[in-house]
Design a protein around this ligand. Structure first.
Ligand SMILES: Cc1cc2nc3c(=O)[nH]c(=O)nc-3n(C[C@H](O)[C@H](O)[C@H](O)COP(=O)(O)OP(=O)(O)OC[C@H]3O[C@@H](n4cnc5c(N)ncnc54)[C@H](O)[C@@H]3O)c2cc1C
Length: 240
């Protein structure tokens, strides 16, 4: 079996994004630049108190950077070991991981693209969008929609960042949709799959990337296939 290098990182910052979700920023030790492609994930390793080795996958939520920094967007899963362990770490703590892994990456040649996420499924798309929109020749001539499902307004992670990206790029459309919106919410309501058909219309020449829990991924894949999409135009990453 292939042996993968284990990296050590230091937790630089851990900030809440909502009641059960945190944004973690790590500095990978001993590298000036940590190479990965937006959309990839890392396999985080630790031991439980009774000595059992535990590994879990986490998407990289930041774009490739020159300083060896990577970010995670983490949800505390009820009764889950790793997610609660990572969310409870103090700044300065050491985190061991292997990677990067995965092929949930933007597939060339680029097409008009819809990115569909719920919850921490936003992580790979935050990485992809910051990378894509940073340079004109990476995205010019194409349209991008980010359809992001959350429960309430306070669960729209990275909202200001995505609004800022929308303001600076006429070809990027940020569409948060809330399943438990307050009456005063003026944006989209309901689940992501209820808005997808409106975005893609009769087009089947686009790419779709879907990230989140199995049920949501399935509902969106089924919908696109029922609209005549080829399954090779739909990429997905399931978290459960
Ligand atoms: C490729 C990949 C990338 C991932 N990226 C992220 C990420 O960026 N951010 C993130 O928060 N998570 C991500 N996950 C999920 C993550 O790997 C763990 O599964 C999750 O953190 C739960 O681990 P745990 O040890 O806390 O819970 P576990 O002990 O593994 O699970 C406890 C219980 O929760 C259920 N469960 C497992 N995962 C989830 C989940 N995600 N949501 C709800 N219930 C769950 C299990 O069925 C089990 O019953 C990713 C998963 C994959 C496969």
């Amino acid at each position: 079996m292939a042996q993968f290098k284990t990296f050590d990182a230091r937790l630089l910052r851990s900030v809440p994004l909502s009641e059960f979700t945190r944004h973690l920023e790590l500095e990978v030790n001993g590298v000036t630049r940590f190479g990965f492609v937006s959309g990839q994930w890392l396999s985080v390793k630790t031991n439980t108190p009774d000595g059992e080795e535990m590994t879990r996958a986490y998407s990289i939520a930041s774009p490739p950077a020159e300083n060896g920094h990577v970010a995670f967007c983490l949800n505390r899963v009820q009764d889950g070991f790793m997610s609660n362990y990572l969310c409870s770490l103090d700044e300065g703590a050491k985190i061991a991981f292997q990677g990067p892994f995965g092929d949930f990456i933007l597939r060339p040649p680029l097409r008009d693209t819809v990115l569909i996420a719920t919850g921490t499924g936003i992580a790979p798309f935050r990485s992809m969008l910051h990378w894509l929109l940073a340079e004109g020749d990476r995205h010019h001539g194409h349209q991008f929609w980010l359809l992001f499902g959350a429960r309430r307004e306070q669960d729209i992670y990275y909202r200001e960042e995505f609004e800022h990206l929308t303001a600076g790029h006429t070809n990027f459309h940020f569409l948060p949709t809330l399943s438990r919106a307050a009456p005063e919410w003026k944006g989209l309501r309901g689940y992501v799959q209820e808005h997808l058909a409106e975005i893609v219309g009769t087009r089947t020449d686009m790419h779709a990337y879907i990230c989140g829990l199995d049920k949501m991924v399935k509902a969106n894949r089924e919908l696109l296939k029922s609209l005549g999409w080829d399954r090779t135009s739909i990429r997905y990453e399931k978290y459960d």
